[in-house]
Design a protein around this ligand. Structure first.
Ligand SMILES: [Zn+2]
Length: 382
């Protein structure tokens, strides 16, 4: 075991005898009291030394073995230590792919801050390789989400859409100008391949929900249709099979000049498309009548979708998806985030489960929700 202070966290002396690790409140930790010699010892924690060598070099700084052991255990408890060799067999396999490791160093550094145990950042990054995500929609938002997921190491990213690429589908990070006129699904598949971190994904992990074709079960569906109304007012019938199969799904899209990320639906645990429709009809009896008109009315050929907003929605949705795939419950769980131009201040609205919705989320407690999510993660991990 080689000990290394997590390089992602900047260090600074806070006063004479306290060290702060990290800048932002979300992950910053302070440790003290700490003397100058101990501060010098911290410089030795760069991943090149094991504990015996560290003790030996600490003696030269007049620090006892006991002092070193206590300090190391405090740093470990605070989640500040990493081990460049830890993380288990999946992380070892990832380390062998030098190009992938180099490309994903910033991602690994970020995950090392989020997940405290040594090696757990790289382990989660490596686990993404066996995961399968379906992105439904290959417009400005959907294609960019698929590219980001693929570039973030998700091993199996499939994109579903129909028709051919139109000039207005083109976006930096999404479908390229050269794909105009090609089938959208083909263009998106090529985009996913180009964005991938490199090398074919490993043999999929077996799970109880794995379909017969040998592909791993879907860890997540991202619903990012080109028609923003399908995100703003998602169709419960479309989501019914995902609710029935217990497949988590996340909505993201742009309608008019408003971007929407969420909700991430954990079937039976959080509010779903059906809950949303029921809540809206209760709050506004005219809602169903208007929705029917919007769905059936004459549609203009090109929908409004500002590129900056579409890119922001894609990025935020991909980050929520990755956080979920890494085993967390991001703020989009059971909640919609919306930003409208020109202010673009993100606002959240919790989507309450509706007691009449067949999804059964109403009546579940937060504790049940957390354990349901943990069970879903266990299933994914195989
Ligand atoms: Zn529901």
């Amino acid at each position: 075991m080689h000990l290394m202070l997590k390089p992602a966290l900047r260090r600074a002396w806070r006063g004479r005898n306290t060290v702060q690790f990290g800048v932002t409140p979300a992950h910053a930790v302070t440790l003290g009291p700490m003397d100058i010699a101990t501060g010098s010892f911290l410089e030795l924690l760069d991943g090149t030394r094991g504990l015996p060598l560290l003790r030996e070099e600490a003696r030269a700084l007049d620090l006892s073995d006991r002092h070193v052991d206590i300090l190391v255990s405090r740093l470990t408890e605070a989640g500040l230590l990493d081990d460049p060799d830890a993380g288990g067999p999946e992380a070892d396999a990832l380390r062998l792919r030098a190009e992938a490791v180099e490309r994903q160093r910033p991602d690994a550094a970020a995950l090392s801050v989020v997940h405290p145990a040594p090696g757990s950042g790289l382990r989660r990054l490596a686990a993404r390789r066996a995961m399968r995500v379906q992105v439904r929609g290959a417009g400005r938002v959907g294609a960019a989400i698929a590219a980001v997921l693929s570039g973030s190491g998700v091993g199996h990213v499939e994109v579903l859409d129909g028709g051919r690429t139109e000039p207005w589908d083109v976006a930096p990070g999404g479908l390229p100008a050269s794909s105009v006129g090609e089938r959208r699904d083909t263009a998106a598949r090529q985009l996913v391949r180009r964005s991938a971190v490199g090398g074919p994904p490993p043999h999929p992990v077996g799970t109880s929900r794995a379909p017969a074709c040998g592909e791993p079960a879907l860890s997540l569906i991202v619903v990012a249709p080109r028609d923003g109304l399908s995100v703003y007012a998602p169709d419960p019938d479309v989501a019914a099979p995902w609710i029935a199969s217990g497949t988590p799904h996340l909505y993201a899209g742009v309608i008019e000049a408003t971007g929407v990320v969420g909700p991430l639906v954990l079937p039976g645990g959080t509010g779903c498309a059906g809950c949303l429709a029921l809540n809206r009809a209760e709050a506004d009896p005219q809602w169903p009548r208007m929705l029917a008109q919007w769905k059936s009315g004459r549609r203009t050929c090109v929908q409004a979708c500002e590129l900056g907003l579409a890119t922001a929605v894609a990025g935020l949705a991909a980050a929520h998806a990755l956080s979920f795939l890494d085993g967390e419950l991001p703020a989009g769980t059971g909640t919609r985030w919306e930003a409208a131009m020109p202010l673009l201040d993100w606002r959240s609205e919790r989507l309450a489960p509706h007691p009449d919705c067949p999804c059964g989320a109403a009546g579940h407690t937060e504790v049940e929700l957390t354990s349901a999510a943990a069970a879903a993660q266990d299933t994914m991990a195989g």
